[in-house]
Design a protein around this ligand. Structure first.
Ligand code: IMP
Length: 427
């Protein structure tokens, strides 16, 4: 079983980190394929908590190679902090490879991210201010800096002499913000080069070698389908492709190697930032879900918006990604709630819709159609076998399977690795 894609089926924060960490146990390689340090996940193992923004969750497994792929935008400063934190916690980083094709977040990107958001006013997106959008824009505009450029200081300097005036003109004339100098950026980034050099390589031979040997590779997605630049709730999306197609492009792997696409889907729905969210809750139910589920951003600490399970969103995720199996996360967060409304579709301007509409205004103003499922009102965090779940919890899972059109193979009932019920054949 060579390649498993692990993709978020909602708006991110579905708990992919824990699932990738579990899959990494039997994997030879984990590749992070897109996004930047806008993403964040926490893995709890043996009572210890590890936080990641860029480094693949597989790093906690000493024999697993971990690749930061070509589709990622990487902030070298953030990465170094993360590496140092992991080293201090005793993690072994010898198996980390950073693609020289990955793009870098430059010091002006977070500044522009914030200024552009402020300029949008009421229409702001709610970005993480990490400079991810501006970095991807520059990549597409072919004025981006790649990680491999760090090893070529003269090339870096020449390119900065061309790019920086473009950036400074915008900073100064449009926003009245202070400019950047070639010298300062060069000094800062050559400092990073010295510290990151041992990890920077072209992972192409490594990845292709693993494929040729039939080794097991896990593609770790960041964010989720509804934040995909093409498939999500544009413009309230991130600037990369968190869908299964993006995972392949971002890792340099062709579709014929994929044996399984695992969709990670939370038992309810959350989103951070602005944009349509049909099943969003307010008031006591929202507070309960947010506090019980610890729904605060790993990267920014922002409280997440929370809502009932939206089967129209999850079904869309299953379909556009070709999901074979689902890891359903945070089921225990629903322990005290009864009944449990589940959205099965929407009504917009008198018309029924079974999947999220492309028209963002229709999606924003649509009316969710709910079906009420019974809650189980008993703690399930200690359950390890599917049959031992309360009947109503099994009923909830099985109804979700019907609604979204894929089997649930993993059920997560708590943050620890151990708190996972594997149903049927493990992946
Ligand atoms: P950006 O990726 O920082 O440009 O933010 C664009 C949108 O994507 C905002 O709504 C962010 O809150 C959202 N976003 C980016 N990364 C994540 C993530 O890892 N989880 C959830 N939302 C995210």
């Amino acid at each position: 079983m060579p390649v498993v894609i692990c993709v978020g089926g909602q708006w991110g924060d579905e708990g992919k980190g824990k699932i990738v960490d579990l899959l990494a146990e039997a994997a030879d390689m984990v590749v992070r394929s897109q996004g930047g340090n806008n993403a964040g996940h926490t893995v709890v193992t043996g009572g210890r908590e590890f936080r990641f923004n860029l480094i693949p969750a597989g790093i906690l497994h000493p024999t697993t190679s971990c690749v930061i792929g070509n589709g990622v935008v990487l902030d070298p400063r953030g990465l170094l902090e993360e590496l140092e934190g992991l080293e201090a916690a005793g993690a072994d980083l010898a198996n980390l490879v950073i693609s020289e094709r990955a793009h870098m977040i430059m010091p002006y990107h977070p500044v522009l991210d914030r200024l552009e958001e402020e300029a949008r006013g009421d229409d702001r997106l709610g970005t993480t201010y990490r400079g991810v959008g501006p970095a991807y824009s520059d990549k597409v505009r072919r004025i981006g800096f790649r990680v491999g450029d760090l090893t070529k200081p003269r090339f870096l300097e020449k390119k900065l002499a061309f790019v920086l005036p473009l950036k400074n003109a915008v900073l100064d004339r449009l926003y009245g913000a202070p400019p950047f100098t070639v010298e300062a950026i060069l000094a800062e980034y050559t400092g990073y080069a010295a510290r990151l050099a041992r990890y920077i390589r072209d992972p192409f031979p490594l990845v292709q070698g693993a494929l040729a040997r039939g080794e097991r590779i896990v593609l770790e997605g960041a964010q989720g389908t509804m934040l995909d630049l093409d498939l999500g709730t544009y413009p309230y999306v991130t600037s990369s492709y968190p869908s299964a197609g993006g995972a392949l492009a971002g890792a340099g792997i062709g579709p014929r190697h994929v044996t399984r696409t695992l969709g990670v889907i939370k038992a309810y729905t959350t989103r951070v930032g602005y944009g349509p969210f049909p099943t969003e809750l307010a008031g006591a139910a929202a507070d309960h879900l947010r506090e019980t589920g610890r729904e605060y951003g790993t990267t920014t600490g922002r409280p997440r918006r929370v809502g009932w399970f939206d089967a129209a969103v999850a079904r869309y995720g299953v379909q556009v990604n070709g999901v074979d199996a689902i890891a359903l996360t945070k089921l225990d967060v629903l322990d005290d709630l009864d009944p449990l409304p589940v959205c099965v579709g929407y009504r917009s301007k008198g018309v029924g819709h079974a999947h999220p509409m492309a028209n963002i205004s229709h999606l924003k103003h649509c009316e969710p159609v709910y079906e009420a499922l019974p809650g189980w009102r008993t703690p399930i965090a200690g359950v390890r076998r599917y049959e031992e779940l309360p009947a109503a919890a099994r009923g909830y899972i099985e109804r979700l399977e019907e609604l979204v059109g894929a089997p649930v193979t993993h059920v997560s009932v708590g943050p620890d690795r151990e708190q996972t019920i594997v149903r049927g054949k493990a992946l």
